[in-house]
Design a protein around this ligand. Structure first.
Ligand SMILES: Cc1cc2nc3c(=O)[nH]c(=O)nc-3n(C[C@H](O)[C@H](O)[C@H](O)COP(=O)(O)OP(=O)(O)OC[C@H]3O[C@@H](n4cnc5c(N)ncnc54)[C@H](O)[C@@H]3O)c2cc1C
Length: 244
């Protein structure tokens, strides 16, 4: 086989590879409710999490924050990757792989125009969402809420830290024992934290933070090992930067 026909064979084989739609979504809790959108999908009014397609050259995290803002007007801070879901739409035959993040609400931009097709953003309890099963855009909506609830129950049981939930009351619940951290929280945008994913202070080019204060959330286990890993990663990054 000559070079040309080999290239064509490789390209044809590449075309044959199955490719699902890659989408992102956020589960955003607030006061016992979850952020959803009501949207018009070809004349059918359905409920979904803030969700959408990954754009070219975009990270999954940036896409999740962007879609949430565009569809609901809510700026959110990602907490963790909650679940990776797979679903086939029986009507269209399209297959989806959805990366669903847990996120905290930060600020509501009320005046912001929502994406075309979005009728409104709304907050619903898990029970209200389950009662609307027929109107859910896909089974992924309720499944990811249940993943969020399961994760909370596991974390609560493992750490006996039920007070991680009501952020508004944090002053009343600070006590000895747990590791307090997060004062220079890592975030994608300056409005949701202090340092970027390379531990660099958002507003300054040459100031980096090596410490557990950059942890966006407190982990389940003691923090020193991940903290050392993060410091070594930062050292590698600074070395790389100094060579440029
Ligand atoms: C009693 C106790 C037991 C623990 N046991 C464990 C354990 O078993 N396993 C585990 O993983 N973790 C444990 N931890 C937690 C762990 O020690 C901390 O999470 C970790 O040390 C945090 O590291 P850090 O670098 O973020 O902060 P720190 O170690 O607190 O370092 C911050 C440094 O900054 C300095 N500093 C502060 N302000 C200034 C300033 N303005 N200018 C200059 N310097 C400043 C401080 O003096 C300090 O040296 C324990 C903590 C405590 C208190």
């Amino acid at each position: 086989m000559n070079r040309d026909s080999l290239d064509k064979a490789v390209l044809a084989a590449d075309d044959d590879i199955w490719r699902p739609h890659v989408t992102v979504a956020t589960v955003v809790p607030k006061d016992g409710r979850f952020l959803l959108v009501e949207e018009d999908v070809r004349g059918r009014i359905v409920l979904n999490q803030p969700a959408g397609h990954l754009d070219p050259d975009e990270s999954l995290q940036v896409a999740a924050v962007r879609e949430t803002l565009e569809e609901t007007g809510w700026e959110v801070a990602l907490d963790c990757l909650l679940c990776v879901q797979q679903w086939r739409n029986a009507e269209s035959g399209n297959e989806f792989v959805r990366f669903t993040f847990a996120a905290l609400p930060v600020r509501h931009h009320e005046a912001r125009e929502l994406d075309a097709g979005i009728l409104r953003a709304l907050w619903m309890t898990r029970e209200e969402i389950a009662a609307e099963a027929a109107r859910l855009r896909s089974p992924m909506v309720l499944a990811s809420i249940d993943d969020w609830v399961d994760r909370l129950q596991v974390a609560t049981a493992a750490t006996n830290m039920s007070h991680v939930v009501p952020l508004a009351d944090w002053r009343a619940t600070v006590e000895g024992g747990p590791h307090h951290m997060g004062t220079t929280r890592m975030s994608l945008t300056p409005s949701t934290g202090v340092v970027d994913p390379h531990c660099r202070v958002h507003s300054l080019d040459n100031l980096h933070v090596a410490g557990s204060s950059v942890f966006p959330t407190v982990g389940y286990a003691n923090p020193t090992l991940p903290l050392v890993a993060l410091a070594l990663r930062l050292a590698d990054h600074l070395l790389e930067r100094s060579r440029r």
